[in-house]
Design a protein around this ligand. Structure first.
Ligand code: NAP
Length: 251
């Protein structure tokens, strides 16, 4: 018996990185999992690695119609939906004076419009069944980070969105919370290392040195918190953002 038996989870951007770790953790705990990602074959390949029932669905979360269609497809194929993890994300870093309108719009589109589109589609089912969990991925960058005006604004926007979901959906048995990770070792942070001209090892060592626990985070660290936020253990927690950063924002 797993604590997520009979539950169906949608995890966006789950072909790799944090999303794949969340999908894996939820599947290990008994959930049927829908892996959503831009590329359907990558999503299906990731889904095939999960224990238990899983499907891979190609979906651009920044498209309202695409998000609606993906949620309906998951409900049809897996028999319902109970958890939504809005994890899909991109970075287009640059200093403000060099940031293009396109890079601003792309980041807002995936993080903010994507979370809006997916949550709007899923909440219709959550409200009807008087049960659901939403977990949104924010970031420590929400507090401000040089070169990330777009990403930082989107990630703080996610926190306001999450608080509002808590207010609007709480009366219908739906909890909504956000996780704000610090440095997590994934392709996203490896790409940042390349962009700033550092080796992955040196970049991770520098990140580890910046927090009190003196290590970088791993996708499994975020998956464990997402599992808590979708469990009955956290049913009195809503609208919150939990910083999972090894204490980086304390110092
Ligand atoms: P990642 O390794 O880059 O994975 C992100 C996934 O999202 C990729 O599979 C990507 O697909 C997918 N994706 C991008 N745009 C999409 C769209 N429009 N629709 C559907 N899927 C899309 O990133 P990660 O490091 O695991 O990060 C996951 C989340 O955590 C993001 O929201 C990120 O902002 C947040 N976060 C990460 C860190 C960190 O240190 N890694 C820290 C704080 C917050 P493609 O491969 O096709 O692009």
């Amino acid at each position: 018996m797993g604590r997520f038996d009979e539950r169906v989870a949608i995890v966006t951007g789950a072909a790799r990185g944090i999303g794949l770790a969340v999908a894996t953790r939820f599947a290990e705990e008994g959930a049927a999992v829908a892996v959503l990602d831009l590329d359907e074959s990558a999503a299906q390949e990731a889904a095939s690695t999960l224990p238990g029932k899983a499907v891979g669905v190609g979906c651009d979360v920044a498209s309202v119609a695409g998000a609606e269609a993906a949620v309906e497809r998951v409900v049809g194929e897996l028999g319902g939906v109970h958890f939504l993890v809005n994890n899909a994300g991109i970075t287009r870093d640059n200093l403000l004076f060099k940031m293009s309108e396109e890079d601003w719009d792309l980041v807002m589109g995936v993080h903010l419009k994507g979370a809006f589109a997916m949550t709007k589609a899923a909440q219709a089912h959550f409200v009807k069944q008087r049960y659901g969990k939403v977990v949104n991925l924010s970031s420590v960058s929400a507090l401000g980070n040089r070169g990330q005006a777009n990403y930082s604004a989107a990630k703080m926007g996610i926190q306001g969105f999450t608080r509002t979901l808590g207010i609007e959906l709480g009366p219908f048995g739906v909890n909504a919370n956000a996780i704000a990770p610090g440095f997590i070792a994934t392709d996203m942070t490896d790409a940042t290392a390349a962009r700033v001209g550092m080796s992955v090892e040196d970049f991770r060592a520098a990140a580890a040195d910046r927090n009190p626990v003196k290590r970088v985070g791993f996708p499994e660290d975020i998956a464990a918190v997402a599992a808590f936020l979708c469990s009955d253990e956290s049913s009195y927690v809503t609208g919150q953002t939990l910083y999972v950063d090894g204490g980086a924002t304390l110092v």
